[in-house]
Write a protein that binds this ligand. Structure first.
Ligand code: AHG
Ligand code: MN
Ligand code: MN
Length: 281
């Protein structure tokens, strides 16, 4: 596993350089979810694939930017699903973005996730690794230095409500309004990596990306986005649910499947569960 973390660090250093110097324009291509790919999406994907292809313990990889699973080393033990540059459309307005990695064994499914890593590219580059606990590292003079463990409080102060508000269910709108009426502050940049990183570092709160009338299964992808962050939140003492149950219990039927998702500290997630249960159809 150490060699995988080292490979991710190397990819982070190369992607940092790409973000700083690369062309933020669109390519001619779309990914499997139908998003127009930016040149940065494709280039960061290539950086990671090329670095991972040299790591013998990686059996297969699958990227948000590629249609299918790519076999790497037959005798490898680990399967990695990754989003090479989440929030890539924010680079041209100079907001923070990230890379997300889920490390699986045997099969790409939530219950087989054994570690996850994300990298935030902001004013500083930070890497967070979740295994039995959650550790944060920062890039300083070309090397990642350990900074702190991350642990959520039982209750936080931040609310990050995602998706298109006029497509929300009335009970979801009521829930978000009630949370704001209780004094929570809005923190939403449109990049899940910095938005979730902020909640993790400021002790807690709620990030939601619900199912909506235009996207009943939400937008965020299970293998590359939802599961890796669910693992981080659970190991930090919080929860990640689809409104009802742990997202990590979802059985993935297709590698690009999405799911409604809620990440947060215990008090906020329990509140979501109560509201969703009361409105279950
Ligand atoms: P990507 O750039 O990989 O397609 O993902 C962006 C995601 C995520 O980072 C963010 O939380 C969400 O899209 C924002 O969506 P809305 O603008 O619909 O809230
Ligand atoms: Mn993404
Ligand atoms: Mn992406």
């Amino acid at each position: 596993m150490i060699e995988i973390f080292e490979a991710i660090k190397q990819s982070a250093i190369e992607i940092k350089h790409l973000i700083e110097t690369g062309d933020t324009g669109k390519s001619e291509l779309e990914n499997s979810t139908g998003d127009t790919q930016l040149k940065l999406d494709i280039q960061s994907d290539k950086i990671i694939e090329s670095i991972f292809s040299k790591v013998p313990s990686i059996k297969q990889i699958v990227s948000e930017e590629q249609e299918a699973v790519v076999p790497l080393h037959q005798d490898g033990q680990y399967l990695i699903a990754y989003d090479p540059l989440d929030g890539s459309s924010l680079v041209d307005v100079n907001l923070s973005v990230g890379s997300i990695f889920g490390i699986y064994e045997d099969e790409f499914t939530g219950k087989n996730l054994i570690a996850s890593v994300y990298v935030v590219f902001g004013p500083r580059v930070e890497m967070v690794v979740a295994q039995t606990d959650v550790k944060m590292y920062r890039l300083l003079n070309g090397e990642f230095k350990f900074i702190q463990n991350i642990k959520l409080n039982e209750k936080g102060k931040l609310n990050a409500p995602g998706s298109t508000q006029n497509c929300w269910a009335p009970y979801h709108k009521q829930l978000i309004d009630d949370i704001f009426n209780d004094g929570y502050r809005l923190r939403y940049s449109g990049g899940m990596v910095p938005d979730l990183h902020q909640i993790l570092l400021k002790g807690g709160g709620l990030f939601s990306y619900p199912g909506t009338t235009d996207r009943p299964k939400g937008k965020l992808r299970q293998l590359f986005e939802v599961f890796p962050f669910a693992f981080v939140f659970e190991k930090a003492g919080g929860q990640a649910i689809d409104g009802f149950d742990r997202v990590l219990n979802i059985a993935t039927t297709h590698i690009h499947d999405t799911s409604p998702c809620f990440f947060g500290s215990n008090e906020e997630i329990n509140r979501v569960k109560e509201v969703y249960k009361a409105n279950e159809k």
